[in-house]
Unconditional design. Structure first.
Length: 468
């Protein structure tokens, strides 16, 4: 490829400076905070944006800001051909860090550790250095590339309207906030609430309360219930029998109010429910096996078991199972529950393939629930996102990936969503190589240094090839 050796030599010489910049920006706690005047997502994200602007200026660029929520850095004044869309906000640091403190970035054993090194400050800095590489090498271009950095990706992308209210989409956009080779399909879906109510029935034994996950996109690893009027020993025996069927463990504690049940499964992201064991559906299975007094509440409990049977992560019980050859299979995770003596409110997470429509997904789910006396929120389906794998843009990304890695480039579909989900010609490209588990969103988050250097080289090559 033209300029390939020059680009490789450049980053072989400048990689350590790039790592220092990553450490610099990752030292700022930029999780979403309370909004302040001039700081729509709080002080931390604002500080990160300003520091990134200073970093860009040191490299000979000027950063334009949009509502102090988004910044853009242009390679030149030529017509814009390519946007690289990254973000500077992070999820909360959390607990359990052992290699280093979350905002004290270190390099160790070929990795760079710290909150944001992988998601997504490290890749944002890599993209900035790709611009600098092309500029420093004096590669002649007829069109320009732009780096766009936002500050609210982790909490719903409320930053992007600040930018796209003033700027049109670029002809091509990629986000370095995922995995290689190229993610060109992101499933659509919905997260509706559903509910039912009844008059309190005091007949014993009865289910008093039940709860599941606190986040709709998390398959619950634990779920809880309180049962009144049953003997703990008898409940324990039923628990052992149910565990043999579900794989979920049931821990029982006698309290003054009744027996507290803790169902212990295995948590997972709702985009990959097959990696977990749903404690909430396992708890419902167990409760339905108890000799509870007949009531409307028990009938609704059995309805939930029918609609969301344990082990069904594909929407079969709800009558919405579907798949296609391009984007794969629908996944559905029953994740949230708040059960009281007089009703419940719950929520599920659905990731839908390209073949999903309002009629065969939302309307079908509503109908199935209505048949059981359950009301579902009438929400809009978030459509799937798809950029053709045959587009010149995607083919170029795959070509560069193959040239620089020696590995086969291919398009992949994911159940999650990225920054480019609503962009007509937007895909995800990097910065993690296939098989890398960088503890994104967890303790001891890291990025592999060689992967960041390789990404910088590939980004610079993509800019040179698409904008020449």
């Amino acid at each position: 490829m033209k300029y390939e050796q020059d680009i490789k030599n450049y980053f072989d010489q400048h990689w350590f400076e790039m790592m220092k910049d990553i450490a610099r920006i990752c030292s700022i706690n930029s999780e979403r905070m309370e909004s302040k005047e001039g700081m729509p997502f709080g002080e931390g994200p604002y500080q990160a944006l300003m520091e990134f602007g200073a970093m860009a200026e040191e490299k000979g660029f000027a950063m334009k800001t949009y509502g102090n929520a988004v910044g853009s850095v242009d390679l030149s004044e030529a017509p814009r051909q390519l946007d690289m869309l990254a973000h500077l906000d992070v999820v909360p640091a959390g607990e359990g860090w052992t290699v280093t403190e979350p905002f004290n970035v270190i390099m160790k054993d070929g990795k760079i550790y710290g909150r944001g090194t992988a998601d997504d400050k490290g890749p944002a800095v890599v993209a900035l250095w790709a611009l600098k590489c092309v500029k420093d090498l004096g590669i002649p271009l007829s069109k320009s590339a732009r780096l766009v950095v936002g500050t609210d990706e982790e909490c719903g992308s409320g930053d992007l309207p600040y930018y796209y209210a003033e700027q049109p989409e670029a002809p091509m956009t990629f986000s370095p906030d995922a995995d290689y080779p190229v993610i060109n399909i992101e499933k659509g879906g919905m997260h509706p609430e559903f509910w039912a109510s009844w008059e309190e029935d005091q007949a014993l034994p009865r289910l008093v309360s039940m709860s599941g996950s606190l986040k709709v996109n998390v398959l619950p690893g634990k779920a809880y219930a309180l049962v009144e009027g049953l003997d703990l020993a008898a409940m324990d025996e039923i628990g052992k029998e149910t565990t043999a069927k579900t794989g979920v463990r049931y821990e029982l504690t006698q309290t003054e109010e009744g027996v507290k049940v803790t169902a212990v499964g295995e948590g997972a992201h709702a985009a990959s429910p097959e990696k977990g064991n749903n404690a909430l559906t396992g708890l419902i299975e167990y409760l339905c096996n108890l000799p509870l007094a007949s009531s409307e509440a028990v009938r609704k409990l059995n309805s939930l078991k029918k609609l969301f049977p344990h082990g069904d992560s594909w929407g079969k019980g709800l009558g919405v199972a579907m798949e296609d050859e391009i984007s794969g299979i629908l996944t559905l995770t029953f994740s949230m529950m708040n059960w009281t003596k007089t009703g419940f409110k719950a929520q599920f997470d659905c990731r839908a393939p390209l073949c999903a429509t309002t009629e065969n997904l939302r309307d079908a789910a509503e109908k199935a629930m209505a048949a059981e006396g359950i009301t579902m929120d009438h929400i809009e389906l978030n459509p799937p996102h798809h950029v053709s794998g045959d587009s010149p843009f995607v083919k170029k990304l795959l070509q560069v990936y193959e040239e620089y890695t020696g590995q086969k480039g291919e398009c992949i579909a994911i159940g999650g969503g990225t920054y480019v989900h609503h962009l007509e010609n937007g895909v995800a490209f990097g910065c993690s190589m296939p098989g890398t588990e960088n503890r994104m969103h967890g303790a001891d988050e890291f990025a592999v240094i060689e992967e960041l250097i390789l990404s910088a080289k590939m980004f610079a090559q993509v800019i040179a090839d698409l904008c020449e």
